[in-house]
Design a protein around this ligand. Structure first.
Ligand SMILES: NC(=O)c1ccc[n+]([C@@H]2O[C@H](COP(=O)([O-])OP(=O)(O)OC[C@H]3O[C@@H](n4cnc5c(N)ncnc54)[C@H](O)[C@@H]3O)[C@@H](O)[C@H]2O)c1
Length: 307
């Protein structure tokens, strides 16, 4: 198959691109390198620098493509509170531009990397796709709007569409940005280095950490599965892990006790979040393969990326 990956130089996108070319597929990437990096891409990947809102650029890259993975986005919840217009422009505007371009060129299917942040705080866990969204930040709003544009324009233009709501993805090569570091690479780096970690809140808040290889398998399956048109599908591990437990797992793997400091002035975010994977299992045959221990071990052996 021939694929275009928007945002393909990023953390998930580069794992996806490298896996696809290893399996013999042709892969083009459109990425503005605002957070992604070219260096991690296999030489067989065809890289093009540019903005996902640049219509002539997307037209040229969509020629002869069978399916698009739409991953290009601004991705920080905290940053989105400071720059909501930017998040709306890129995450919503980028999705609309891509759909317009796909209509012109006539590409069959697009898979959107949506987000579990759409759920916000819910009365029950695990969360399933029929629950009413409760977005708590502009980033989450932008992902809901992107889903709506995807499905509405897909129906109007005859494009098959599917949105995967990805939970907390982690794995080797995830960038540690200074303003909004993802918890797993950040804590690993801290424990391996000077040994202290600062936990916001009491550390009992839970999340669903999903290894990047499992996310990549789900994306690839969604690109050619039947019965997924206009579906929202959760992609997580299905396991609920507290931040305290996460630190314990890291300590065991690294073989070093962390100096854990609690900052109760800063909220730890929503108290619980874990994915119901029933729909993913039914529609994609999805079964996450990597346990947290295996995944953290793999991540620990990778070189951290900084921005
Ligand atoms: N990592 C997670 O835990 C997670 C969870 C849920 C959803 N997602 C979604 O998955 C996708 C990939 O996330 P990631 O973790 O790999 O983040 P990332 O920041 O590593 O990747 C995003 C990529 O998009 C590119 N990009 C940003 N704006 C662009 C623009 N205007 N034009 C072209 N390229 C642009 C960046 O340079 C980067 O390479 C995003 O859509 C994100 O919202 C990620």
């Amino acid at each position: 198959m021939r694929y275009l990956i928007t945002g393909g130089a990023g953390f998930i996108g580069s794992h996806l691109a490298n896996t696809l070319v290893r399996r013999g597929h042709a892969v083009r990437i459109l990425d503005d390198l605002s957070s992604g990096e070219r260096e991690h891409l296999d030489a067989a990947v065809s890289f093009h620098r540019g903005d996902v809102r640049d219509l002539p650029k997307i037209w040229s890259l969509l020629q002869n493509v069978d399916c698009v993975f739409h991953l290009a986005a601004r991705v920080s919840v905290s940053e989105s509170i400071l720059f909501p217009r930017d998040y709306n422009d890129v995450n919503v505007g980028g999705t609309v531009s891509l759909m317009e371009a796909m209509r012109v060129i006539g590409v069959k299917r697009v898979v959107l990397a949506s987000s579990a942040t759409i759920y916000g705080e819910q009365p029950r866990q695990p969360v399933h796709e029929e629950m009413t969204p409760n977005p708590l930040a502009p980033y989450a709003v932008s992902k809901i709007a992107a889903e709506h544009y995807l499905f509405t324009l897909g129906r109007l233009y005859g494009i098959e569409t599917v949105a995967l709501r990805i939970f907390n993805a982690y794995g080797p090569g995830q960038t540690i940005s200074p303003s909004h570091p993802p918890v797993i690479p950040h804590f690993l780096h801290q424990i391996l280095g000077q040994g202290s970690v600062v936990i916001h809140g009491d550390g009992n808040q839970t999340r669903d950490f999903v290894y990047v290889d499992d996310v990549v398998e789900a994306l690839i399956t969604a690109s050619n599965a039947k019965w997924v048109n206009r579906q929202i599908i959760n992609i997580g591990s299905g396991e609920e892990t507290s931040i305290n437990k996460l630190v314990e797992v890291m300590e065991t793997i690294i073989g070093k006790k962390a100096n854990v400091l609690y900052n109760d002035q800063q909220s730890g975010g929503i108290p619980r979040l874990v994915a119901d994977l029933g729909r993913a299992r039914r529609l994609l045959g999805y079964l996450p393969k990597t346990t947290l221990v295996e995944g953290i071990r793999e991540t620990t052996t990778g070189t951290p990326r900084f921005r």
